[in-house]
Every structure is written in C-alpha cells, then in structure tokens.
Design a binder for this molecule. Sequence first.
Ligand code: NDP
Length: 248
Amino acid sequence: MSFQGKTAVVTGGSRGIGRAIVQELARQGCNVAFTYRSNEEAAQSLVSECEALGVRVQAFNMDAADFEAAQTFIKDVKTQFGGIHFLVNNAGITRDKLILMMKEDDWDAVLDTNLKSVFNLSKAVAAILVRQKQGGSILNISSISGVVGMPGQTNYSASKAGMIGFTKALAKELASRDITVNALALGMIETDMTGALDAEYRAKVTEQIPLKRFGKVTEIARITAFLLSPDAAYITGQVIQADGGLAM
Ligand code: NDP
C-alpha cells in the first residue's frame, strides 16, 4: 500500500482512462482529487464508488485549460486534503480535421485543453511538491500521435508532442528535489474517444497493431500507478509507449 495517506490529482477523471486511473489509485489506498468538465453524473458515481474503498475521493468541476481556475483548484485541494503528492495530467480532447478544414478554434481548443492545462496544473502542483520536501511524481498522458504524427490531427499531434518536450524539461528542473516527471504515449485505448471511430477505420488500425487489439483502460491505470509509485523512483524524463507495438 505505497499510496496510503498520499493524495493524487487527476485531470479528466470522470470518464475513460482518467476514471480507471482514479479507480486504481483509490484501490491502492490513495486519496484522489479529480476534475471533470461537463459530466456531473459520471463524476459523482465515481466518488461514491471509490469512497466505499475507504479513501477520500472528491470531484471538482474545473476547466483545466483555465489558468486561474487551475491555481484556485490546487489551492483548494491542498487545504482540503492537507498535501499533494502526485499529478496525472490526463484531460484531453480531439477535434480531428485536415489542415485545410481546420478552424482557428479547433486549434486553440485542443492546444488549450491538452497542453496549456499541463502548464496550468504542473506549475501549481510543482510549487507545493517543492515546499513539501517529500519528493513526488507527475505523469503526463500523451499519445503516439505526438511521437509519429497522424494525418487529420495537426492540432492533437502538436499538443501531445508539446507534452513530451514539457515532460523532459520539467524532469530536469525538478530532479534535484526528488520529483519525477514522465509521459505515457498511448496508442489506441478503448474509451469514448476511440468509440467515435468508424468501424472500417477501427478494423484497419487493429490490423496494424502488432498485439491485434486496442488497449484496456485498466491496463493503462496499472502502468500509471507503477510510474507514480516508489518502484519507479529511478525513472524520470521518459516517454513510455503503451500502444501494443503500433508505433515501433
Ligand atoms: P475521454 O473523452 O473518454 O475522457 C476525457 C476526460 O477529460 C473526461 O473525464 C472529460 O470530462 C475530461 N475533460 C475534457 N476536457 C476537459 C477540461 N477542459 N478540463 C477538465 N477535464 C476535461 O478521453 P480518454 O479517456 O480517451 O483520453 C484521456 C487522455 O488520454 C487524453 O489526454 C487523450 O488525449 C489521451 N489518449 C487517449 C487515447 C485513446 O485511445 N483513448 C490514445 C492516446 C492518448 P467530462 O466527462 O466532464 O467531459
């Protein structure tokens, strides 16, 4: 129970990968403060489910792209939970279009939600981790789209590649304080995000994945828990691909 008495912040925890991460951390004894944007019902059902495990889990309706809201949210979590030890920057959206069709708003929304949010939350949490002097860990949920680039995703690929550069720079800034910063570059994982893909595209991609299947959110949640745990204390500044071998 390496997470006993510790607190994690997870952005975008109400659904998909974020939800599975909240469940796994709670299962391992961690208190969790998570954010969501619109789905209040999903957020509250997760709180009830996790509280039955005997840990403190709270949902916050917060736009991770909003700098001021993020600073206030982290201050509130620190006050209410007593400390913060881990941050998982998971909130993300897609607005896929070829560049000729992409509107300025498609670019701004994806960059703000996926990348600016990482700055907003990491800045606020890093200040607390440094003052606490107990180490800590930040994990950024990136994508192989940011590693190899995907057509129709110039906005998304740029945001996810940006997260990778951010991860390496911040890892170097915080290493002397015993704070690790890593990125998970995911392939195709079963969530609402990939549920929107049409059947033909899905079959084509599955064929290209060496393991011949999409990943499960529970698999990603367990990798996340490992990367935040003391067992991964000597891993920092790394981009770990969990993609069934798709982007080798
Ligand atoms: P989902 O669409 O299933 O869930 C997204 C979550 O993010 C929801 O909880 C949503 O809240 C929340 N969210 C969205 N915008 C904001 C915001 N501005 N502020 C706070 N929370 C927000 O996504 P996935 O679980 O599929 O993806 C999670 C992460 O993993 C993303 O960063 C994504 O880019 C990345 N990823 C996913 C892959 C996949 O195959 N699924 C592949 C590679 C990377 P609400 O429910 O309230 O809207």
